[in-house]
Design a protein around this ligand. Structure first.
Ligand code: PLP
Length: 406
């Protein structure tokens, strides 16, 4: 059967290839340290698990919900969004609403399908989450990248974003806290971003906040619309439960935007996937803000500790050139080009050999990390910080010993 050119253009995931290699090695009896995880390795809060059991007693949990989602769950999500971002007092014109989808990725798919016309440009900050270019392309858009370098702690320059804005720009997509860099942009950055955006009233801002709750240093992440709430009239926020409630498999995502846009998203979702899963939506009514905070408190301590362990190990192995401070999500981007292993390859930094290096690392040490080729950065790999401290130390010792071997 001939596959559509749209789908043929989608790339296959390098991560999956590496993961299957890791699984094969584990089957051979090798000890594998999996630093590829994009999810927390914990069970969700017990009240959520009990809520699922409780709600499974009702027929409605097994039936379609309204396309936009169960109204109580939508209200709870919207209320929590506004209170956590300190935007309870919105100007009257900003009528925010919410649609529940099957994960934030589905939310983003809906959004891009709804706002993009062919050849519309979307400005994205590199390194970026690998699905952005794929989804933008799927809906006929064109991705325009702004590179945020490690020398600047992976924080993009607002002026560089502005330079990329043209008549073709439909949207700017930001992701803070960020996958894969593990950093979030501070208030000062958001403030200058907001000021810049005021000059371009036609530009839509998509703010992927799926990692909002996963921050482990004060102050918490802040956003441009907190500085200038009027920007909410053209902002679309993506959030969900995958990361903050450790529920990647239960597929619930929230999209917050103006009422008008939500209506269009509902039109699309009604014809494609209908509602998100009803049982989970009903169970989420049991999860209020204090419970989420209670669940995340030890996890944040764990991530903070692991980020400190990572820092110590990097300096212990004289890899300080590859260091920058993370503060959110649960990732770190390791600049492979700053390691003796890379130097010994006599490889030019303009060629990307990260896939080859990650394969070699896996074979030699059993440590699985993600090459960032598909994330828009060369000769770098993503390390996940969710392992136990002991496992992380063992993995980093093996990894850095390999990369610094003379
Ligand atoms: N946005 C970013 C930056 C992500 O890293 C992920 C998942 O890894 C998502 C969105 C998608 O989350 P969900 O599981 O809710 O679809």
């Amino acid at each position: 059967m001939k596959i559509s050119s749209r789908v043929q253009a989608l790339s296959e995931s390098i991560t999956l290839k590496l993961n299957s290699k890791a699984v094969a090695l584990a089957k051979e009896g090798r000890t594998i340290y999996n630093l590829t995880a994009g999810q927390l390795p914990f069970r969700p809060h017990k009240d959520l698990v009990n809520g699922i059991i409780e709600e499974s007693k009702f027929l409605s949990s097994f039936q379609y919900s309204p396309v936009a989602g169960v109204s109580e769950t939508r209200e709870t999500a919207l209320k929590r969004f506004k209170s956590s971002r300190n935007i309870d007092q919105l100007p009257e014109s900003s009528e925010l609403s919410c649609i529940i989808s099957n994960g934030a990725k589905h939310g983003l798919t809906n959004v891009l399908a709804t706002i993009l016309n062919p050849k519309d440009e979307v400005i994205v900050i590199a390194p970026y989450w690998l699905s952005y270019p794929q989804l933008i392309q799927l809906w006929g858009g064109k991705m325009v990248t702004v590179y945020a370098g490690r020398h600047n702690g992976f924080i993009p320059l607002v002026e560089e974003i502005e330079q990329k804005i043209s008549k073709k720009t439909k949207a700017i997509l930001i992701n803070s806290p960020n996958n894969p860099t593990g950093v979030y942009y501070d208030k000062k950055w958001m403030s200058s971003f907001a000021t810049m955006l005021e000059k371009y009233p036609e530009v839509v801002i998509i703010s992927d906040e799926i990692y909002y709750d996963l921050n482990y240093f004060d102050p918490k992440p802040s956003y441009f619309y907190q500085v200038k709430p009027e920007l909410l009239d053209r902002t679309i926020i993506l959030d969900g439960i995958s990361k903050n409630l450790a529920c990647t498999g239960l597929r619930i995502g929230y999209t917050f935007a103006t009422n008008d846009l939500i209506k269009s998203l509902v039109r699309l979702q009604g014809q494609t996937t209908s509602s998100a899963n009803s049982l989970m939506q009903n169970a989420l009514i049991h999860m209020d803000e204090p419970r989420i905070d209670e669940f995340l408190s030890p996890i944040k301590n764990h991530l903070r500790k692991n980020s400190e362990t990572l820092r110590q190990k990097i300096f212990e192995f004289n890899l300080g050139d590859a260091y920058y401070q993370t503060n959110g999500a649960f990732y770190f981007v390791l600049d492979l080009s700053k390691t003796p292993y890379f130097t010994n390859l006599s490889q030019s930094n303009s060629d990307d050999v990260s896939v080859m290096i990650c394969e070699k690392i896996l074979e030699a040490t059993g440590v699985a990390i993600i090459p960032l080729t598909d994330f828009g950065i060369k000769n770098a790999a993503r390390l996940s910080l969710v392992l136990s401290e002991r496992e992380l130390i063992e993995a980093l010792d093996l990894l850095f010993r390999f990369l610094t071997k003379k």
